[in-house]
Design a protein around this ligand. Structure first.
Ligand code: ADP
Length: 256
């Protein structure tokens, strides 16, 4: 019986590996594995803020003698976790739709100065509160075809990161230009920079250089995956480089 069982098992294994290579199923298996990883990571990421909210609410319920101040602190913390959950689920939804090609890119002729000016204006003001500076430099004298909603989303992700991963006194400069028939956008900061090892992974879903899940920077590790998808959906390329003397540059090249 043992002999026949092993024989049958071996035959099955050979048959399965033949089917996988004969019908070129490796990409399907890889994408299935990626889906599995995504679900696992997503569940893990959702669990933490939910546990915090549950803990705070249970604590409030079990300690009716707690002061109003304690209660409002618990509510403030729970609210910030709810916000985190909202941003996480929105990001996950964007990526899920991007994977299934449900989101179409709708390019429109765009005046670059006007378009970027409107996006940057609130950041210029916001940065001043933290003693940082955001500048815009546009050297494009023609209209470019872009999906405004998506490129807006991309810039918000890059600007948020540039400010989040830099300290007081930092400079964030956004530049737009044309090089070799490509529309080039870059967001450079003078912040803490990215290690060479991390550069290989920053566009991976749920990747974060700070593995401690620092609440202050509060990242989800999905922002740059979305940024990469937006750029690729435009037929472009996004790269990450070191800024000199310190900091990071995200450079985007889009076909005109
Ligand atoms: P997060 O939500 O954690 O910011 P992202 O996908 O936007 O996720 O970024 C992934 C990781 O890349 C971040 O956790 C951070 O370690 C690193 N990173 C992104 N942008 C910058 C930047 N401008 N400077 C330094 N590190 C950055």
């Amino acid at each position: 019986v043992l002999f026949w069982s092993f024989g049958l098992f071996g035959l099955l294994a050979v048959l399965v590996s033949y089917i996988i290579s004969r019908f070129n199923m490796r990409p399907i298996l890889k994408s299935w594995q990626q889906q599995q990883d995504f679900v696992n990571n997503a569940a893990h990421e959702l669990r933490t803020p939910m546990a915090v909210i549950q803990g705070k609410l249970e604590n409030m319920l079990m300690k009716p003698e707690s002061t109003v101040r304690d209660q409002s602190n618990a509510i403030i913390l729970s609210l910030s976790e709810v916000r985190r959950l909202t941003s996480l689920t929105n990001n996950m939804l964007t990526l899920a739709k991007s994977g299934s090609n449900m989101t179409k890119i709708e390019k429109k002729a765009t005046n670059v100065s006007e378009f970027l000016g409107e996006i940057i204006a609130p950041y210029e003001e916001m940065a001043q509160f933290d003693g940082k500076k955001v500048t815009l430099n546009v050297d494009v004298d023609q209209e470019v075809f872009i999906d405004q909603k998506r490129i807006h989303q991309l810039l918000v992700l890059l600007l948020d990161n540039a400010l989040k991963y830099s300290d007081e006194g930092a400079l964030v400069s956004v530049k737009a230009g044309i090089e070799k028939k490509k529309f080039i956008l870059s967001v450079a900061d003078t912040g803490r920079g990215i290690s060479d090892e991390a550069k290989k992974h920053v566009f991976d879903r749920f990747y974060r250089e700070d593995k401690t899940g620092n609440r202050e920077t509060g990242g989800t590790g999905l922002g740059l995956s979305i940024a990469e998808w937006v750029v690729q959906a435009h037929g472009g390329k996004i790269t990450v480089l070191d800024n000199t003397p310190q900091g990071t540059i995200f450079r985007i090249a889009l076909p005109l």
